[in-house]
Write a protein that binds this ligand. Sequence first.
Ligand code: NAD
Length: 333
Amino acid sequence: MARITFFETEEWERDYLKRQLKGHALQFIDGHLGVKSASKASTSDAVGIFIYSPIDAKILSKLPKCRLIATMSTGFDHIDLKACKKRGVAVCNVPSYGENTVAEHAFALILSISRKIPQSAERAKHGDFTLEGLRGFDLKGRTIGILGTGKIGRHVIRMAKGFEMNVVAYDAFPDKLEAKELGFTYASFNKLLERSDVISLHLPLIPSTKHIIGAKAFGKMKRGCVLINTARGALVDTHALLAALKDGTVSYAGLDVLEEECEIKEEKELLSAAFARTCDLKTVLENHLLLNHPRVIITPHNAFNSQEALERILDTTAQNISSFFGGRAINAV
Ligand code: NAD
């Protein structure tokens, strides 16, 4: 039996972890792990944390018994790995939890646009059952361009194949074997833009991908293309998008992320009170030109937010802890 102290957890997560880690002695502390709160975990064999608990040599010195830091996040740059190694403290993370979840949201946006779901629902709610202006379009037979065939992009490809769409993809590191297995083809960036009826973004935001969809890219797109972004807002140049919506290059856009959002490392930050204190999305985005555009659907960076995805974070964390104390460390970083 190990003593484990969790920080930064919500009530429902505590109940969930208690069920998953029966046989261990669990303690839950409100707030993050810091110099002050560390004393509460001084006899713990392991601590569970999120990204608002920075771990350095000073904090570790206050956790003399600790042998494992289990971070309930994918990223681990809040942890000084060298200091942990020096003290013989292992670190493990949650490498993935929400790929299908984000892909499903991308498809929710595509279908909302192709079948005019928000407009239809709004009209029916007001007792108006007329169909004028609500005609949509089939996905079957259309071409979807996937930018980024990583974890999420591949799920979107599988779903698109289910709708009998043609799939063309672009990635800096194409996986030809995967393309054969899933039945899609790779093309150059420009060819993808030229061919696609729907373009869905699944790239990381790095200097080389910032504004990858800008005036030049819009200039190459098929007229009437649908743009979907569930990745990072700054992949798209907002001003160029507004111009492309105006001149008809883009017929509709479905966006879960916007350029002006505060920097987000880990989506689960969006659910935490600490994030809300530092970044008020409502204020930041209140006057955003895209928000009230009639051909743009915006969701509030909600693509990751399914019950199952959040439970997968806890499942992996519990497995990381059980395996470590069972003598076989997994997801070590
Ligand atoms: P991933 O790392 O598995 O895949 C990214 C792919 O992009 C890789 O195949 C990589 O080779 C490719 N790539 C990287 N740089 C490139 C470049 N310059 N040109 C072309 N291809 C390049 O990432 P993922 O887990 O699939 O995540 C994709 C995006 O979704 C990320 O931006 C992530 O932040 C975002 N995301 C959003 C949400 C949400 O709630 N909206 C949730 C999770 C992830």
